[in-house]
Write a protein that binds this ligand. Structure first.
Ligand code: TMP
Length: 214
């Protein structure tokens, strides 16, 4: 058994739609808690009271918005989330697990929507006040499988506004994530999604354990 961390740790989970991030985030939280680690699990877009309202707008398939508007809403939600949830938890030396963060904006609004990566990096920096994850777990699965899983989750079979963008969009998102990961190998660890949840979670736990022991 490894020692409890006394330092703050900020872990993010990323991936295309349907890779199972939220399930793995929950399982990781439970596993850490059993080891006596104080954990906060949160998500983007959302996490804060105002940010959750913005999430409702962003994911509503009935609302159309220009890519730039979408970008600003994600960043506005992030700024609220950072101030009201992430910073206070890190100050209390919690391990914070966040389901998506700034890399998602590069992959979705940058690589997939085609907005300027330089502009997004600058806005990410402002909205997150320069906060960088200590560790990012990038769950990697073929977008075809991911999209099928994401659609199977909803009873109607219809997805949210981003899931409805389709396969070509998800392929650009995946390419974006892998490109970002290549540039920051120390922080971003690519986790190939395995055939069972247990096997994928095992890979995740090994990585997190090695980071906590550092
Ligand atoms: P979720 O399905 O993981 O809850 O995320 C909601 C959607 O928002 C998902 O399709 C990815 C998308 N997204 C962006 O496009 N940009 C962002 O910055 C974030 C955080 C999420």
């Amino acid at each position: 058994m490894w020692a409890m961390p006394t330092k703050r740790l900020f872990i993010t989970l990323e991936g295309t739609d349907g890779v199972g991030k939220s399930t793995h985030a929950r399982l990781l939280k439970r596993w850490l808690q059993k080891k006596g680690v104080r954990v906060l699990l949160t998500r983007e877009p959302g996490g804060g009271a105002l940010a959750e309202k913005i999430r409702g707008l962003l994911l509503n398939p009935a609302i159309r918005m220009a890519p730039l508007v979408e970008l600003f809403l994600y960043e506005a939600a992030r700024a609220d989330h950072l101030k009201t949830v992430i910073q206070p938890a890190l100050k209390k030396k919690r391990v914070v697990i966040c389901d998506r963060f700034t890399d998602a904006t590069l992959a979705y609004q940058g690589f997939a929507r085609g907005l300027s990566l330089t502009d997004i990096a600058a806005l990410n920096e402002v909205a997150s006040e320069g906060l960088k994850p200590d560790l990012t777990l990038l769950l990697d699965l073929s977008p075809k499988e991911g999209l099928a899983k994401a659609r199977a989750r909803t009873t109607s079979g219809s997805g949210d506004r981003l899931e409805n963008e389709g396969l070509a969009f998800q392929r650009r998102v995946r390419h974006g994530y892998l490109s970002v990961a290549k540039r920051d190998k120390k922080r971003i660890r690519v986790v190939p999604v395995q055939s069972t949840i247990e096997a994928t979670q095992g890979l995740i736990r090994d990585i997190v354990a090695s980071v906590l022991k550092r």
